[in-house]
Design a protein around this ligand. Structure first.
Ligand code: AR6
Length: 180
């Protein structure tokens, strides 16, 4: 699986599946969630309501993922996942890792070949951006080594986040050959 890290708007990605940084209600919110529902139109919300009525009466737990139509977006599916709210007292990184893994698993089940992720939990849920990037890039690289989909794209909203991501990508790649 090829990993791309780009600056952009998640709603404009020409991929099979885009991931939504949702909340447990699945009924919309601000940030990525607001943009996806605004640009994707009411079909996405209708699917989310159906999921709530049928399979997720208590909402979607953090760390899990579920797919709906992508409505008017260029993608075919939206995969909704719920990131953890950042906590200084408790390490919730396993839940954040699970968001990436479960979204990739759902994408695989759907037969998606390409997927675009926002930086889950790094906005309203206040995860420190560099650590959120380390988790996202670490998970997507690990999935890439196991095969999986054709391409995964991490779509970042702010230029300073892209600069940090380039730093994380370089650090994660380890020292260049010939340096110690
Ligand atoms: N495209 C790509 N990235 C974006 C976009 C966009 N259109 N808009 C914002 N970002 P957030 P969370 C970046 O808050 O932290 C919602 O209300 C943003 O700068 O969307 O997981 C939900 O309903 C940040 O880096 O998601 C939940 O209640 C990243 O996307 C809650 O927010 C994630 O920010 C989820 O919070």
């Amino acid at each position: 699986m090829q990993l791309e890290v780009v600056l952009g708007d998640i709603t404009e990605q020409q991929v099979d599946a885009v991931v939504n940084a949702a909340n447990s209600s699945l009924l919309g919110g601000a940030g990525v969630d607001g943009a996806i529902h605004r640009r994707g139109g009411p079909e996405i919300l209708a699917d989310c309501r159906r999921l709530r009525a049928e399979a997720y009466q208590n909402g979607l737990p953090a760390g899990q993922a579920v797919a709906t139509t992508a409505g008017l977006l260029p993608a075919t599916w939206v995969i909704h996942t719920v990131g953890p709210v950042y906590s200084e007292r408790e390490d919730r990184s396993a839940i954040l890792r699970s968001c990436y893994r479960e979204s990739l698993r759902v994408a695989g089940e759907l037969g998606a070949r390409s997927i675009a992720f926002p930086l889950i939990s790094a906005g309203a849920y206040r995860w420190p951006v560099r650590h959120a990037l380390e988790i996202a890039i670490g998970e997507l690289r690990a999935a890439g080594r196991q095969g999986g989909l054709g391409a995964a794209r991490l779509v970042l909203w702010q230029p300073q986040t892209l600069a940090l991501a380039q730093d994380v990508l370089a650090a994660d790649a380890g020292p260049a050959p010939g340096t110690a």
